[in-house]
Design a protein around this ligand. Structure first.
Ligand code: NAP
Ligand code: COA
Length: 265
């Protein structure tokens, strides 16, 4: 079912980290379907090339679809991020949407987590998000653009074996709110989406062992895991003119999961 008007993101250019796989891969594809040109950035050209090829294949079927461009960058390395932002600007002429989806995760008890294990996740999720926002600032300011961070709900409660990611994503929420305040004056909107458990993703595979999947599903008020499409739709809304006055929001898209997660009755 078609939910949005054709071409609502026509003439927009999005830089999407983690845009080669999973949830943010879906978001990149949805932005392109809505008419935006998209740069997909992450470490693996293999991930990026196949995602870009799929989008460019859609474009051959429909001229309403934007074009995709793959550019390798590790978000932990500011100089690689700056080069990727410059390459995107050269390719598409500007950047006016940034989606920060790059992230790392694994299950680990806090007492077994090494300093480098904690630091690696903070480096990718939180510092990586900052590196990209910082590198894209001039473009976003020039074009009154916007940032969409992909957060989580893990840090709303004490989620076992997720200390590192909870700390990093809490930081992402803080960064979202601070930048919304500080960069709002330049017309830059900064928002986040906090997905709940999304089926068929790397995150779910890593975090939810098969035996507890059913139990987890039963705790979700809407009775199902999220679909990547659920996050895509929220992203297209937040990136579109329909959300022109939404700034500093963390939109939870989790079927009501976190609110119900600690309830016994
Ligand atoms: P995913 O497919 O593994 O996405 C993570 C992406 O980050 C990959 O495309 C990976 O690409 C990229 N990446 C990792 N380290 C990077 C680095 N140092 N520099 C640049 N890119 C890097 O997992 P997902 O489950 O779809 O998660 C996507 C986002 O949703 C994440 O922000 C995650 O925290 C969030 N989220 C997911 C869930 C869920 O249920 N799955 C729930 C809440 C939040 P390369 O390997 O090519 O670098
Ligand atoms: N349990 C405990 N510690 C772990 C771990 C695990 N399962 N996996 C990695 N670590 C630790 C490593 O031991 C290392 O610390 P050390 O030097 O003290 O031993 C540190 O984390 C870095 O590991 P490394 O493998 O060198 O990191 P990397 O930069 O190659 O990869 C990860 C980053 C670890 C986050 C990797 O899982 C990744 O690339 N993830 C991307 C995809 C993903 O996580 N998707 C889900 C998103 S929700």
């Amino acid at each position: 079912m078609k939910l949005f008007a054709d071409s609502i993101l026509k003439d927009r250019v999005a830089f999407v980290t983690g845009g080669g796989t999973g949830i943010t891969g879906g978001v990149a594809r949805a932005l392109a379907e809505a008419g935006a040109n998209v740069a997909l950035a992450s470490r693996s050209m293999e991930h990026l090339d196949s995602a870009a090829k799929a989008i460019n294949g859609m474009r051959e079927m429909s001229a309403l679809c934007g074009e995709a461009f793959a550019v390798a960058a590790d978000v932990r390395k500011p100089e690689e991020v700056e080069k990727a932002i410059a390459a995107t600007t050269e390719r598409f002429g500007k950047i006016d949407i940034v989606v920060n989806g790059a992230a790392g995760n694994f299950l680990c008890k806090p007492e077994e987590l090494s300093p480098n294990g904690f630091g690696t996740v903070v480096d990718i999720d939180l510092k990586g998000t900052f590196n990209v926002c910082r590198a894209a600032f001039d473009q976003l300011k020039q074009h009154r653009g916007q940032i969409l961070n992909i957060s989580a709900t893990l840090h709303y409660l004490g989620t076992p074996m997720q200390l590192h990611v909870s700390a990093a994503k809490a930081g992402v929420d803080a960064l979202t709110r601070n930048l919304a305040v500080e960069w709002g004056r330049y017309g830059i909107r900064v928002n986040a989406i906090a997905p709940g458990p999304i089926g068929d993703t790397e995150g779910m595979k890593r975090l939810v062992p098969e035996p507890i999947k059913e139990k987890l599903k039963q705790k979700i008020p809407l009775g199902r895991f999220g679909l990547i499409e659920d996050i895509e739709n929220a992203a297209v809304f937040l990136c579109s003119g329909a959300a022109n006055y939404v700034n500093g929001a963390v939109l939870v898209v989790d079927g009501g999961h976190w609110l119900a997660a600690n309830r016994l009755i």
